[in-house]
Design a protein around this ligand. Structure first.
Ligand code: 5AD
Ligand code: SF4
Length: 473
């Protein structure tokens, strides 16, 4: 094959891609749900770019449209369905348009979307992206195409993701795929399969490459980063005596050592697996950000047991104390579900009390949405009325809003080091935004500053979500 050069539009800059032969077809990718899905879309773009596709941000000029979907709650699925109805209309104008779904809805909805509603031509599960070129070829030849097989070892370790529409400063790196935890409310173990870890050397190589390209922050991604392990079996046995073993704390250190100017973040931590050695490693390196996302889900031990979370309220309280002891300045965020099966008002009150006690910096809060196939769906009745779930959610949100303001107002008057990510959303011509190590968003005047640089900022004011300040020496 001839070595050719493609010019691709990426973040407004022309990017040279060597080694691909253009096939004249344009790929439009849309991602829903978690960061893992956004990261997966970059792997998909890489696989299809090798086949000669160029990416476009304009759906109207696309030849292939792929939606990377989320199944975590019913609402996420409903949003994707609406989008697919729209593409069905576009197909009437352009009958050659290929429409596909990727990700978590693939396994769950393949029959409905392909056969009954005829909304898509191709369905590809999270472990089958390498098969996309042949599946698209199958569609071109007039057939429908499906591959939703889950794998025990696919980590896409050798694929260098193509950055899609990011800011050029912060990037995600997947370190594990799948989940073995089986929280009773959660569909992820069914849609993404068994947990597996990626070779640490490929992770470090990706971080190094990103740094060389100008990126200054990487977020290591996994459903449960604390269970990352390389060369160690689930039972704790060494697999190959000739290569070193790596746990999450060690992996974090390897990435932190790429360069002191590369910030390291990670998500998501699991309370049952987060050990003190992870916390000590965070404390040891300035460039490991002082921010932990530690989903609690409920403040009541009985509900946690029904959720199959593997810890009690006391255990969780102990993990929070360990963070505060080892890193007093560390920010903590969480996920909460209200109205899980059988939750009483007293049990709900335990969640409110926990949120008041921890005073989280940030929280992602949801009401329970029953998901097919999950343990909870099979075992418990979804017995809390929707209005009650929503009312409890509103109560938790109210307390958390006060917490966010409390935490952010503590930064006012302090000087914080900020990594500039790019123009602010509200005033892109005159203001820049960036984050401090605790992940709080800070707005500053643009001046002569450029993205990807670190500046010290005196924080002058705040809202419940944002800090405002001025650059100091
Ligand atoms: N209903 C509501 N929220 C859920 N989450 C996961 N599954 C469900 C569900 N069935 C939330 C959890 C999880 C976050 C990613 O989504 O809080 O931590
Ligand atoms: Fe779902 Fe629990 Fe795994 Fe998170 S840890 S992905 S909530 S099963």
């Amino acid at each position: 094959m001839d070595e050719k050069v493609i010019i691709e539009e990426r973040q407004g800059e022309a990017v040279m891609m060597e080694g691909n032969v253009p096939n004249g077809r344009k790929l439009y990718l849309e991602s829903y749900g978690c960061a893992m899905n956004f990261s997966d879309s970059e792997i998909v773009a890489s696989i299809l770019q090798k086949e000669g596709f160029t990416t476009t941000r304009n759906v109207e000029e696309a030849d292939v449209v792929m939606l990377n979907t989320c199944s975590i709650r019913e609402k996420a699925e409903a949003t994707v369905r609406k989008r697919l109805q729209l593409f069905k209309k576009q197909k009437k104008v352009n009958p050659n348009l290929v429409v596909g779904i990727l990700g978590c809805m693939a396994e769950r909805m393949k029959e409905t979307l392909l056969e009954e509603e005829k909304l898509v031509d191709v369905v590809v599960g999270p472990d089958a992206y390498r098969d996309l070129p042949s599946l698209i070829a199958q569609v071109d030849s007039g057939q429908k195409a499906v591959n939703v097989l889950l794998s025990r070892d696919e980590t896409y370790a050798d694929i260098s993701p193509v950055k899609l529409g990011g800011n050029g400063v912060t990037a995600f790196i997947s370190i594990t795929r799948g989940c073995d935890n089986m929280c009773s409310f959660c569909v992820v173990p069914f849609t993404r399969g068994r947990e597996r870890s990626r070779n640490p050397l490929s992770i470090v190589a990706e971080a190094r490459q990103l740094f060389e390209e100008g990126y200054r922050e990487v977020t290591l991604l996994g459903q449960n980063v604390d269970s990352y392990r390389w060369n160690v079996s689930k039972k704790g046995e060494i697999v190959d005596e000739n290569i070193p073993t790596t746990n999450f704390a060690e992996l974090m250190e390897m990435v932190a050592k790429v360069n002191p100017k590369l910030r390291v973040r990670f998500s998501t931590s699991h309370p049952k697996d987060m050990t003190d050695d992870v916390l000590h490693m965070m404390a040891k390196y300035d460039n490991i950000c002082k921010y932990i996302h530690l989903p609690v889900q409920s403040g009541n031990t009985e509900i946690l047991k029904k959720m199959n979370r593997g810890y009690t309220r006391e255990w969780y309280d102990n993990r929070i104390s360990a963070i505060r002891r080892i890193m007093p300045d560390c920010a903590i965020s969480t996920d909460i579900i209200t109205g899980f099966c059988t939750e009483t008002e007293e049990q709900h009150q335990d969640t409110i009390d926990l949120v008041k006690q921890v005073r989280y910096d940030y929280a992602y809060m949801f009401f329970y949405s029953e998901r097919p196939k999950t343990l909870a769906e099979r075992k418990y009745e979804d017995d809390i009325p929707l209005e009650v779930k929503k009312r409890r959610l509103a109560e938790v949100i109210k307390v958390q809003n006060e917490n966010s303001l409390f935490r952010l107002s503590h930064f006012v008057g302090q000087t914080q080091e900020i990594l500039i990510e790019g123009p602010s959303r509200k005033f892109p011509d005159s203001q820049l935004c960036g984050r401090n190590t605790q992940n709080a968003m800070v707005i500053i005047d643009k001046g002569e500053l450029t993205k990807g640089t670190y500046v010290n900022v005196l924080i002058e004011s705040c809202t419940g979500a944002t800090l405002f300040g001025k650059v100091v020496d």
